[in-house]
Design a protein around this ligand. Structure first.
Ligand SMILES: Cc1ncc(COP(=O)(O)O)c(C=O)c1O
Length: 433
């Protein structure tokens, strides 16, 4: 964890040393702009423990790509490594180097695997690439020979996502090329080692459609074919968060989990009549907050914000909040979203601007400049989740979390009693009006 709190620079994520919840007010008041995201490290640890339990005998790859889904990858990865995460999964070499710079020592899989301008980074930072084609093998063979070191890679097979991954019918030619490239190469000359085999599920949350069953059947056949060709990958991994929750029939010795660690998952679609299984016990780790910076009273009939998409219908008290779509508060929430203020839900009115948002506080007594506003998270017994925000604007919680911008400082919270469970809250449910 970074030792020195660095609270001021705009345009950077703050890597603050963990603070106690009661210190957040003081910290947020020192920010040049009072808009921030709180990351609860105890909640992250509890989610890790829940994932660990579900994974059972399987190893756990923590997916921390996209800045750990907006939570700040260096600090999140440090905490998860201390919890015992076996592997980390990232999208790019830069993301992997960021984890190494933060002191992460566990193996890192480059899930993207396509963009590697500097092969030396693989060796220097001990990164494991994903290979999805025979052509890519040649690049890694050059790398292995150039540095005289073995390069471990994980082979991805496309079983139905239609994205990365080798088609199963090309496994034979892939293995032939691998044997050719390795022929005669002594360990000191650098060999390519197929140490992992995996696929990605397109709709594991959907237990009504048969796509996942089809993908799993294709994967089992592909693994059998690979073994028949003489390969015995040490790591076999398929499950993402939804599969970990929903399936018990996946052949693997590792899972790749992101969303659940951060307290989210796509809602599971279950066959009619089956018992509802929800990931209720997983806790959102991130809260997105700001403060009222300006208050104004308007008569009825006043246009508010760009393009006058809202006119007050009564004499109204309108609060300005210094957060906008450039911070990840989607413009699609204009005239639809709500926030929590003084223990009440308050409506967003007018179009959300790049840096500012207007909220109708007419019905909330006593609102004052400096009051805390919760955009995502719990406050005063109320709650707004990233899933609710996502449902309101037709997207998924992943996008809501990843969109929280770089100029929003992340403050890492450490509770005195890490085992303390959060108290029940009233949920917004559906923030659409
Ligand atoms: C290849 C791969 N594996 C695993 C994951 C983790 O998925 P989830 O966040 O749903 O657990 C992702 C995330 O998008 C991914 O791209």
């Amino acid at each position: 964890m970074a030792k020195t709190p660095d609270l001021t620079p705009a345009g950077t994520t703050v890597l603050a040393a963990p603070v106690k919840p009661e210190s957040v007010t003081a910290i947020s008041e020192k920010l040049s702009r009072p808009t921030w995201a709180e990351i609860s490290l105890p909640a992250l640890r509890r989610n890790y423990a829940r994932v660990r339990k579900l994974a059972d005998y399987r190893k756990l790859m923590a997916v921390t790509k996209a800045d750990a889904y907006g939570h700040g990858a260096p600090n999140v990865a440090q905490v998860l490594e201390a919890c015992g995460a076996d592997w980390f999964g990232v999208a790019t070499v830069d993301e992997a180097i960021e984890l190494r710079a933060a002191g992460v020592t566990r193996p890192i899989l480059l899930l993207g695997g396509l963009y590697m301008s500097d092969p030396a980074a693989l060796i220097e930072f001990r990164l494991t690439p994903t290979v999805s084609s025979t052509a890519r093998l040649d690049t890694y063979a050059d790398c292995a020979h150039q540095f005289g070191q073995a390069v471990d890679f994980h082979l991805k097979v496309d079983t139905g996502m239609g994205r990365l991954g080798i088609p199963p019918n090309l496994l034979e030619s892939f293995m032939e090329r691998l044997a050719d490239l390795n022929e005669g190469a002594s360990p000191s000359e650098g060999r390519l080692q197929l140490s992992g085999f995996f696929t990605h599920l397109a709709s594991a949350e959907d237990l009504v459609a048969t796509q996942t069953d089809d993908q799993l059947a294709r994967f089992t056949r592909a693994l059998g074919r690979l073994r028949a060709l003489g390969a015995e990958p040490r790591w076999v991994h398929v499950s993402n968060s939804a599969a970990l929750l929903a399936r018990t029939d996946v052949q693997e010795n590792m899972v790749r989990v992101g969303a659940l660690l951060y307290g989210y998952c796509l809602p599971l679609a279950l066959p009619a009549g089956s018992e509802r299984r929800t990931p209720a016990e997983f806790e959102p780790v991130l809260s997105f907050r700001s403060r009222v910076v300006f208050l104004k009273d308007h008569p009825a009939g006043t246009p508010l914000g760009y393009s006058a998409s809202f006119f007050t219908r009564r004499p109204s008290r309108i609060a300005t909040i210094p957060v906008g779509y450039a911070d990840g508060l989607s413009r699609a929430l204009s005239n639809r979203g709500q926030v929590i203020l003084r223990g009440s839900f308050a409506r967003i009115v007018g179009n959300i601007s790049m840096d500012m948002t207007l909220v109708d506080v007419t019905d909330i007594p006593g609102v004052a400049v400096g009051d805390e506003v919760t955009l995502i998270g719990q406050s005063g017994g109320l709650s707004i989740t990233a899933t609710e925000v996502a449902q309101a604007i037709g997207t998924i919680p992943y996008e809501v979390l990843c969109s929280i911008g770089k100029r929003v400082p992340r403050i890492y919270l450490e509770c005195p009693d890490a085992s303390e469970e959060p108290s029940p809250v009233k949920r917004l449910g559906n923030i659409l009006r």
